[in-house]
Design a protein around this ligand. Structure first.
Ligand SMILES: [Zn+2]
Length: 155
């Protein structure tokens, strides 16, 4: 099973998952219902107030399909659990979890990005973002310069 590379003293922060969807997929986001997602790259901005490495490893396990015992809890879980989805990289963007919305906005403002309808992934959002799950125009080259470090990359 893959493992994130996060310094042990970093236990909280705002992070960004980059997710590749290899084919068109119908994803049921819990109570938000079914959404048809086109193949390509997606970015999800989230936050952990504690146990950040455990949270990120949980995402990797769901996306990897190695452990099906996880209860799907966050909207992004439903996308990660889809067999066409994989995590290509994880960025720690800010050690302050409250930076989550700024990370979501940065991803949404990239050229070619579109935010998914229905405020998916933004249940806990306090800043009125249109959503924390964004379809990217391309893979996330360039975004990392504004992040603290890459915690994981697929290769
Ligand atoms: Zn927000």
């Amino acid at each position: 099973m893959p493992d994130v590379n996060v310094q042990e003293d970093i236990q909280r922060g705002a992070y960004l998952l980059v997710i590749r969807l290899s084919r068109t997929a119908l994803v049921r986001f819990g109570a938000k219902g079914l959404h048809r997602l086109e193949p390509g790259y997606y970015a999800y901005a989230g936050r952990a107030s504690r146990s950040l490495p455990g949270r990120l490893n949980r995402y990797l396990a769901i996306a990897g399909g190695t452990d099906r015992s996880f209860k799907l809890r966050w909207h992004v879980d439903y996308l990660l659990a889809h067999r066409y989805a994989s995590i290509t990289s994880i960025w720690l963007a800010d050690t302050n979890p409250d930076g989550e919305c700024a990370v979501a906005r940065r991803a949404a403002n990239l050229v070619g990005s579109t935010t998914l309808p229905g405020r998916i992934g933004a249940s806990d959002c306090k800043e009125g973002c249109p959503g924390h799950l964004v379809r990217l125009g391309r893979d996330l080259a360039g975004f990392g310069e504004s992040c603290l470090f890459m915690a994981y990359t697929l290769d």
